[in-house]
Design a protein around this ligand. Structure first.
Ligand SMILES: CC(C)(COP(=O)(O)OP(=O)(O)OC[C@H]1O[C@@H](n2cnc3c(N)ncnc32)[C@H](O)[C@@H]1OP(=O)(O)O)[C@@H](O)C(=O)NCCC(=O)NCCS
Length: 154
């Protein structure tokens, strides 16, 4: 197996891998263009590939916000899971974070035991007192009819 940087020609296989591992939804808008933009802003997208068959076996997408790295779409092809490849790819991702000199953050569903165990075993610390929030459609909440109960002072 080879770990290398993402190339534009990889997207089709990457998308297939995400679908196979259940981490792909179209609404997320994770396109080739988004990968290139995130990489140009200091992120890194690693792929794990079988050099003989050229089959994409794993993906690790790290985006950079100028302060921290965030790990997304970490996956190993189902037919190749349970052989230590996830650990190898995660260690390579940690190496990148170490070289960049910043923390690596991620979100994982609490019932995803394979991933939770992997991250625990690698030294990731779980935030016990925090909830994850996201506004998916910010413009909708700027509607004058929308109220969160706060006075804006306007
Ligand atoms: C999570 C995932 C990447 C692990 O990849 P993998 O190659 O199967 O993992 P490894 O074989 O390297 O195992 C590493 C560690 O993960 C944990 N683990 C892996 N599979 C596990 C399972 N079925 N049950 C419990 N723990 C498991 C163990 O701690 C294991 O270490 P150990 O072998 O010393 O016990 C893989 O299951 C996957 O792609 N899942 C679907 C996509 C996904 O959910 N990604 C995470 C999004 S946040």
């Amino acid at each position: 197996m080879v770990i290398r940087d993402y190339k534009p020609a990889d997207f089709q296989q990457v998308e297939k891998l995400w679908k196979e591992t259940g981490i792909y939804t179209m609404e997320r808008g994770d396109t080739h263009e988004v990968i290139l933009r995130c990489n140009s802003q200091g992120g890194k997208f690693l792929v794990l590939e079988d050099p003989e068959s050229r089959i994409m076996v794993g993906s690790s997408w790290m985006t950079y916000d100028g302060r921290r790295l965030h790990l997304h779409h970490f996956a190993i092809k189902p037919s190749h899971q349970g052989r230590g490849l996830g650990r190898i790819l995660a260690l390579e991702s940690l190496k990148f974070a170490d070289e960049k000199g910043c923390p690596l953050k991620l979100e994982v569903h609490r019932e995803n035991l394979a991933a939770v165990n992997l991250y625990n075993s690698l030294g990731f610390i779980k935030f016990k007192d925090y909830e994850i929030f996201m506004v998916v459609d910010p413009g909708r909440h700027l509607d004058p009819g929308f109220s969160n109960g706060l006075e804006t002072g306007k």
